[in-house]
Design a protein around this ligand. Structure first.
Ligand code: GDP
Length: 528
């Protein structure tokens, strides 16, 4: 098949949600449709429960599971679908942000009773920044939830995106009768605990057809007619282009656990969602059909077997055809690299592949040559993709060495763990002081555990009261140098040697902005 056809065939996306909204359940149902799994319960919940006493074995086990479920590929309706899993636990939000750089679109799940939750807002901010097309699935319609119009308003307000329902619930909770598919003008009647894939779809050519009264009853029909009139009055007709530009999010309703509304979602998704897109690089925009192969590493999983220093780098292919045992440029190294055992992630089996195409995610065994954001490519020059952002951490601690005999191990360990993206490392002068920044507390526990068990180093963390790490840009180099001199104690360098300002409070940041007007302060490193 030509590369063009391979690209056209692929859909690479992530399902994101606040924990418990139904991500695992929906993923599993999608895999059932694809025939990738045969039974329910086959997809493990990749949730890390924080117990009173942190159970490190649990963290290790979870890391194992999350490798297995990091990418789930299956075929459906002639398309190859790649679902990239994202960790639900908020302490791993940074991991999710990076995964979002590797997808072309997103399905966002909302629990109809809880509505938009804190984590949903943050994830959506990242999608908006990147203009990622988003489809919303409002889940758990079999339970008592909020009024659908209220939910839509809340989506628009809190997520700052226009929405357009493409399906509409008939009742909710105990009165839930089914979903009217606005897109296809048909009706899907609800029966709890459906295990079969075939569903009862009734085509409704005209919503005013009296037959509808017979099917769902007079009062439900009346409500549906009124609500459809309202929807058509309030919302503009759905424009797929607007969705592809990330300006509008189509909304579907259903119940994942009952496998209800999932097929509609999947089929509409396959019809409207984008196929693999290109990415910006230091050599301009790289299109999937460019003749050279290229891809970038967005995730690294390390040391699953502590006896080996093996890591798996997850590579998203951006352009061209990847081939096994072929030499490629590495964006930071002069040396070319080839891969003898690249793996794909069809369902839950990992298998060695000979080739892969734009949109695919493959696993490369690595002994430490990769860090997140690295690219590999064919052609005469190495290229670097832009936009694997670092976000300002929320918790900062200074890393201290507890065993003077093991300082080398500690240095190496913290460097490798931060290359993997477990946390961000900022180095402060004088004295090479290491400030570790994370989104959640759990990472510090993971770091000390792994430093000790994988590198034999003992550490301690001292809290630092920073509010944000700010990356800086300016046209006035002199002012920046002056600022760096004046604020030495609050200046550090990130992994790429960029200066960051560690602001202690919002007020101090504001002061800096007023006193140094030519400097722009950014909460993410993705300001290019
Ligand atoms: P995740 O944390 O987002 O992965 O959520 P899960 O898929 O693990 O779901 C959380 C809980 O919600 C589980 O107990 C599911 O069985 C339940 N659940 C998922 N979908 C539905 C649904 O449509 N209706 C109801 N009533 N429960 C659901």
């Amino acid at each position: 098949m030509s590369i063009e056809k391979e690209v056209e065939k692929r859909r690479t996306f992530a399902i994101i949600s606040h924990p418990d909204a139904g991500k695992t359940t929906l993923t599993e149902k999608l895999l059932l449709f694809g025939g990738a799994i045969q039974t329910a319960g086959a997809v493990k919940n990749n949730k890390i429960e924080k117990t009173a006493t942190s159970d490190f074995m649990e963290i290790e086990k979870q890391r194992g599971i999350s490798v297995a479920t990091s990418v789930m590929a299956f075929e459906y309706g002639g398309k190859q679908i790649n679902i990239l899993d994202t960790p639900g636990h908020k302490d791993f939000a940074e991991d999710t942000y990076r995964t979002l750089t590797a997808v072309d679109s997103v399905i966002l799940i909302i629990d109809c009773a809880s509505g938009v939750e804190a984590q949903t807002e943050r994830l959506m901010e990242v999608c908006r920044m990147r203009k990622t097309p988003v489809i919303v699935f409002i889940n758990k319609m079999d339970r008592e939830g909020r009024d659908p119009f209220d939910l839509l308003d809340e989506l628009e307000q809190k997520l700052d995106i226009k929405v357009r329902p493409l399906s509409w619930p008939i009742g909710i909770g105990h009165t839930f009768k089914g979903v009217y598919n606005i897109f296809d003008k048909n009706l899907n009647l609800f029966a709890a605990n459906k295990t079969k894939i075939s569903e009862e779809i009734i085509n409704v050519k005209d919503i005013n057809d009296p037959e509808l009264n017979e099917i769902i009853g007079d009062s439900a029909t009346e409500v549906l007619r009124e609500e459809m009139e309202l929807i058509n009055g309030v919302y503009d007709p759905f424009d797929p282009e607007e969705y592809l530009r990330g300006d509008i999010a189509p909304v579907f309703f259903g119940s994942a656990v009952n496998n209800f509304g999932v097929k509609e979602l999947l089929e509409a998704f396959l019809r409207i969602s984008p196929h693999p897109r290109g990415r910006d690089s230091d050599h301009g925009f790289i299109k999937p059909l460019d003749k050279n192969f290229s891809g970038f590493v967005f995730k690294i999983h390390a040391n699953l077997d502590p006896k080996h220093r093996d890591r798996i780098a997850f590579l998203r292919i951006v352009s061209g055809k990847f081939e096994r045992n072929t030499f490629y440029n590495h964006s930071r190294n002069v040396k070319k690299m080839k891969f003898s055992n690249p793996t794909s992630f069809m369902a839950q089996d990992k298998s060695v592949i000979d080739e892969a195409y734009p949109g695919d995610v493959i696993g490369l065994y690595d002994t430490g040559s990769f860090k997140i954001g690295d690219s590999i490519s064919s052609g005469s020059e190495a290229i670097n993709f832009k936009g694997i952002p670092s976000f300002s951490p929320e918790i900062f601690m200074e890393l201290e060495n507890r065993d003077p005999m093991k300082s080398k191990q500690l240095d190496k360990g913290i460097k490798q763990l931060t290359d993997e993206g477990v946390a961000q490392l900022f180095i402060q002068q004088p004295g090479n002081r290491k400030i570790v920044g994370t989104v959640g507390q759990l990472q510090f526990e993971v770091i000390s555990y792994r430093l000790e068990h994988e590198y034999g180093a003992k550490c301690a963390f001292t809290p630092k009261r920073y509010y944000k790490a700010c990356w800086m840009t300016t046209d006035n180099q002199k002012q920046l140098e002056e600022f760096i001199r004046a604020k030495t104690v609050y200046i550090a360098k990130d992994k790429d040697d960029n200066y960051v300002f560690l602001a202690e409070t919002p007020f101090l940041l504001q002061m800096a902005q007023t006193d140094y007007p030519d400097i722009t302060f950014h909460f993410t490193s993705d300001f290019k």
